[in-house]
Design a protein around this ligand. Structure first.
Ligand code: GDP
Ligand code: IMO
Ligand code: MG
Length: 423
């Protein structure tokens, strides 16, 4: 069977966790392929709210297995906490989660390096989640990293110590004072590694190859979003992995011709957390209203998310880079009650009107051009079918479908698993 992908098309937090949870009933395997504990994927059902960082969002279903692929970076300390948070749900976690030996490990000193790098940048900081993501991927591409498979070697503690020592020298390079207790960090890491080693490690590319051959159904769960992709995002204000479709191939070891559906997920408006340009950002009462009604606070860091209108220039770009075959629109309920809605359909760029996503999207280069829509008054959080959509919502959806030339197959009208309309 083909591997389906579910990818965020904006700056992350589109609602990927919710939709993966909704779709898991159709799949045997759910696989994360990039990112790490910088992700925060929220699932709400049966009166419980769960936030997952490293564990795939299929974990609550009895019949699916969850793979953490080679492209993911794992912090054993955070992973252990995630497992502990799930302990009370009797999920047989050791059997339901399989971890790639080729996934890289986030060491405590990677977190320190992230903090030092950000502090040294001052105003130019990226707004990293400070989970050590950048330094860990740097060690991966620099060929210095430590991998899950290393934990099966008798000398893994030595590998850890050598890398830690290197990091301590690198920390000296940054002229910032960080307070930390290395012995405590090391002890915490070692305890967490002991828990990690109770899990099943696999050669995930071989596992997936066999799964595809034996017609198992597989969904790859993206983290972050296309505009945070290290190549195609708003560099340098991005994360350190390929969040786009190609990242699923390298992050799982699957061939491009095994990819089937590509679900592209977006909010009916736009949010961003951390620094970096955001052409449709609002600094007025409309933006405040989106933040308040949408509870726009980061699931990993709790930081307020910046809010703005839907940016169709960016959305079309993301559809194109990923080969999106179906769109999922989230949080339409947050827009209920707005008199007028706006969608950015083009940019004014260096005196010209353009419809593609250019190299520079800073405010001095780009001004959004908007089309206005009449808003809908109705609360849509209780509706269960498309037939109940307010006319204005149907028009909003039809316009996005026409412009992206892609069907919106799922409309989410609230955070709960049940508040999902499949069209
Ligand atoms: P992810 O990182 O893409 O999984 O998304 P996050 O979990 O970080 O952020 C999405 C937030 O929106 C979470 O708080 C969800 O519970 C919430 N959410 C998801 N879908 C909807 C929706 O349709 N309406 C509303 N109001 N909230 C939603
Ligand atoms: P999910 O999977 C939103 C942002 C950070 C920062 C930049 C770099 O929940 O959608 P990093 O820690 O990766 O070095 O941070 O990327 N960022 C996210 N924003 N959702 C995420 O994940 C994010 N992961 C990283 O805020 O701007
Ligand atoms: Mg999130």
């Amino acid at each position: 069977m083909a591997v389906d992908l579910l990818l965020g098309l904006q700056w992350g937090d589109e609602g990927k966790g919710k939709i993966v949870d909704v779709l898991t009933k159709n799949y045997n395997l759910i696989s994360r392929f990039q990112g790490g504990p910088n992700a925060g994927h929220t699932l709400i059902f049966d009166g419980h709210k769960h936030v997952l960082h490293t564990i795939p969002s299929g974990i609550f279903h009895d019949d699916a297995l969850n793979i953490i692929g080679n492209g993911v970076v794992i912090d054993p300390v955070i992973f252990k906490k995630e497992l502990e948070n799930l302990d009370k749900f009797n999920l047989d976690l050791n059997a339901k989660i399989l971890i790639s030996r080729k996934a890289h490990l986030i060491l405590p000193t990677h977190r320190l390096l992230d903090a030092a790098s950000e502090a040294s940048k001052g105003k130019a900081k990226i707004g990293s989640t400070l989970k050590g993501i950048g330094p860990t991927y740097m060690d991966k591409t620099g060929r210095n990293g430590m991998r899950v498979g290393d934990l099966e070697l008798s000398n893994w503690e030595e590998i850890f110590d050598i890398l830690t020592q290197k990091h301590l020298k690198m920390l000296d390079f940054f002229d910032v004072a960080l307070e930390y207790n290395l012995a405590e960090l090391k002890a915490e890491f070692f305890t967490a590694v002991a828990r990690l080693k109770e899990m099943t490690f696999i050669d995930s590319e071989e596992y997936l190859h066999q799964a595809i051959k034996s017609n198992q159904t597989i969904l790859a769960e993206g983290a972050q979003g296309s505009l945070l992709d290290v190549d195609f995002g708003t560099y340098p204000f991005v994360t350190s992995s390929n969040t786009t479709a190609a990242g699923a191939c390298t992050g799982l070891g699957i061939a491009p011709n095994t990819i089937g559906e590509v679900y592209g997920i977006f909010k009916a408006y736009t949010t961003r957390v951390g620094s970096g340009p955001f052409p449709t950002e609002l600094f007025d009462a409309d933006g405040e209203r989106m933040a308040k009604v949408g509870h726009e606070f980061g699931a990993t860091t709790g930081r307020p998310r910046r809010c703005g209108w839907l940016d169709l220039v960016a959305l079309k770009y993301a559809c194109q880079v990923n080969g999106v075959t179906q769109l999922n629109m989230m949080k339409g309920d947050v827009l209920s009650g707005f008199e007028t809605l706006k969608i950015c359909t083009a940019y004014e760029y260096k005196g010209e009107v353009i419809e593609h996503f250019p190299y520079n999207i800073e405010p001095e280069n780009v001004k959004p051009i908007y089309k206005e829509f009449k808003g809908w008054k109705e609360d849509i959080t209780e509706i269960s079918s498309e037939a109940e959509f307010p006319k204005e919502l149907s028009e909003y959806i039809a316009f996005i479908e026409k412009e992206t030339e892609t069907k919106i197959s799922i409309v989410s009208v609230g955070p709960d698993r049940k508040q999902t309309i499949v069209r």
